[in-house]
Design a protein around this ligand. Structure first.
Ligand SMILES: Nc1ncnc2c1ncn2[C@@H]1O[C@H](COP(=O)(O)OP(=O)(O)O)[C@@H](O)[C@H]1O
Ligand SMILES: [Mg+2]
Length: 446
C-alpha cells in the first residue's frame, strides 16, 4: 500500500518542495493551506501529517495530534524560526519530529523512508552543512548516530519490550527514556524515574515497592512505591548497577511474576508498568564485575539502546551548542552569538562529560559574555574548569548567614539548575549522591 501524507503549510512554495521529497520517498501527498479545512476523519486516514506551527496555533493542533496518536498517524511539525519551547510543547502533545523551515531534506528523508517502509533507503551524513539541530521527541541532533537512535526508539516505543538505555554519563539517557515513554501507548500515563544511586540501600526496597503502616519501625503510614506511582505508565530505573544484589533479585522476581507486594502486605498488586533501565557503562562488563546480576540483565535488556557519546555525533556538537545558546537568548531576550574561535574550540574538544558538560559550559560562557561567546568559552574548555551553578541560580548570601544555611541555599540552587537531576547536582557540588540525598532528608519538615 502506498503511504499517505498530508501537508499543512501556508507557504505554497515550501509545501511544493516537501511534496517532491515525499513523492520521492514513495508517499502520495495531499496539501492543505489552512488547518480549519480539515475534518477529523480526514486527519486520521493519513500515515503522516506534517504541520506548520504557524502563529503558534498549538491549541487547534492539539486535537489533531491526540487523534493521530490513537490511530497511529505520525506527526511532524515545523516552524519558520527555531522555537525550542514550541517544539517541546508539540512533542509533548505527540508530534514525533520537529524541524526548522526550510526543510533539510537529508535529515527528513531517512525518517520518511522508514514510515514508507523502505527500510533500505541509505542514510546521508549531513556533517558538513548543519546550522540547526532538529528535534526527535525530547532529543536534539541530526547526526547519523542520532538518527539511528531515533529509528530504534520508534521501533521499540510501541511495544512493552524492556529497553536498557546504555551510554556514558551526560549523553541524554534520561531524555531517551522520557522520549520512549512519550512515543508509547502509555504516554498519557505517568513517567517516573527512580535513581538507584540516589536512594540509600536501606530505603530502596520500600521506595520501589512501597510499604504498609507498621511494616518496620518508622513506617507510620502506608506508602506507595515508585512501581505503584508508575502504574499505567513507565518507570525508569536509572543507574541500575548501583542497586544492591539482593534487591536486584527481588526486582527480577517482580518483573517475572508481574506482581508486587508492599513491604508488610499480603496483597499482590498487578504490575502495569513499562520498565526502562539505564546504565552508564557496558552492561556485559558490569555483569562480569558483579554489579549487575546476569539474570536481571537479560530480563531488562531485551532491547539495549546505545546512546552515542557526543564525540560520535559529528556536527551535532556545534549544533547543540548553538541550540543551548539559542535557548538562553530566547529566555533572556538577548542575541549573543558564538565566535569562530569558540566554535572551533567546541568542535575540537573531546567532551568527556558529553551533552551535560557542553550545556554547562555554554551557560557559563553566556553569563560571562557581552555580545559573543569567545574567550571565556575557550578558557573554560581548555582549563577543564569545574563549573558551578550559573544563570539565574547564582547564590548570594549576606554576611551573618550560617554555613549550614549557605550550604542549603547552594544545594537548592544547584538542584534547580540541574532540573532536580541529583547525580548531576552532586557532581557539580563535588559531593556523593548519597551525601546529597542525606542533606535533602535533613531539610524535610518534621
Ligand atoms: N540530544 C540532546 N538534546 C538536547 N539536550 C540534551 C541531549 N542529550 C542530553 N541533553 C541534555 O544534557 C543533560 C544531560 O542529559 P541526561 O539525560 O540527564 O543524561 P544522562 O542521564 O545520560 O546522564 C540534560 O540537561 C539534557 O537536557
Ligand atoms: Mg542520568
Amino acid at each position: 500500500m502506498t503511504a499517505t501524507c498530508l501537508i499543512y503549510d501556508s507557504d505554497l512554495q515550501h509545501a511544493e518542495q516537501l511534496s517532491v521529497l515525499l513523492a520521492e520517498c514513495g508517499f502520495s501527498v495531499t496539501c492543505e493551506a489552512a488547518l480549519t479545512e480539515l475534518d477529523d476523519e480526514a486527519c486520521t486516514s493519513f500515515d503522516l501529517i506534517i504541520l506548520d506551527l504557524e502563529d503558534k496555533a498549538l491549541d487547534s493542533v492539539q486535537t489533531m495530534l491526540e487523534q493521530g496518536i490513537r490511530v497511529g498517524t505520525e506527526y511532524f511539525v515545523m516552524s519558520d524560526q527555531d522555537a525550542p519551547e514550541l517544539a517541546d510543547q508539540a512533542v509533548r502533545m505527540g508530534a514525533s519530529y520537529y524541524f526548522c523551515k526550510p526543510v533539510n531534506e537529508d535529515n527528513l528523508r531517512p525518517l520518511l523512508a522508514d514510515i514508507a517502509a523502505e527500510a533500505d533507503t541509505p542514510a546521508h551524513d549531513t556533517d558538513d552543512n548543519e546550522c540547526t539541530v532538529d528535534q526527535f521527541g525530547l532529543l536534539r541532533g541530526n547526526s547519523r548516530s542520532m538518527r539511528k537512535l531515533y529509528r530504534q526508539i520508534r521501533k521499540v516505543a510501541q511495544s512493552d519490550i524492556s529497553v536498557m538505555v546504555v551510554g556514558e554519563s551526560g549523553t541524554g539517557k534520561e531524555l531517551v527514556a522520557n522520549t520512549l515513554h512519550l512515543m508509547s501507548g502509555r504516554r498519557d500515563g505517568p513517567y517516573v524515574a527512580f535513581n538507584c544511586a540516589a536512594v540509600p540501600e536501606s530505603l530502596a526496597e520500600s521506595e520501589l515497592f512501597g510499604h504498609e503502616r507498621g511494616a518496620f519501625s518508622g513506617a507510620t503510614q502506608r506508602h506507595r512505591g515508585f512501581f505503584e506511582r508508575a502504574r499505567g505508565g513507565t518507570l525508569l530505573l536509572d543507574e541500575i548497577t548501583e542497586m544492591n544484589s539482593d534487591l536486584q533479585a527481588k526486582l527480577l522476581r517482580v518483573l517475572e511474576t508481574r506482581h508486587l507486594r508492599r513491604l508488610g502486605s499480603e496483597e499482590d498488586i498487578a504490575l502495569d508498568v513499562r520498565v526502562i533501565s539505564a546504565c552508564n557503562r557496558d552492561p556485559a562488563t558490569a555483569v562480569q564485575e558483579g554489579t549487575l546480576r546476569e539474570d536481571l540483565y537479560y530480563r531488562l535488556a531485551q532491547f539495549p539502546l546505545q546512546v552515542p557519546a557526543l564525540r560520535h555525533r559529528g556536527s551535532d556538537v556545534l549544533g547543540l551548542a548553538r541550540f543551548f545558546l539559542n535557548e538562553l537568548n530566547e529566555k533572556h531576550e538577548t542575541n549573543l552569538t558564538l565566535s569562530d574561535k569558540a566554535s572551533e574550540a567546541i568542535e575540537n574538544h573531546d567532551w568527556p562529560g558529553n551533552v551535560r558538560e557542553l550545556r554547562h559550559r555554554v551557560e557559563r560562557a553566556y553569563i560571562m559574555s557581552e555580545t559573543t561567546l569567545d574567550d571565556e568559552l575557550i578558557h573554560a574548555i581548555s582549563q577543564g574548569a569545574s563549573l558551578g551553578p550559573v544563570d539565574e541560580s547564582i547564590v548570594s548570601v549576606p554576611v551573618g548567614t550560617s554555613i549550614a544555611d549557605m550550604e542549603r541555599a547552594l544545594i537548592e540552587a544547584t538542584l534547580k539548575h540541574t532540573d532536580n537531576d541529583k547525580p548531576a547536582a552532586a557532581e557539580l557540588l563535588g559531593i556523593s549522591v548519597k551525601t546529597l540525598y542525606n542533606r535533602l532528608r535533613d531539610y524535610q519538615p518534621d
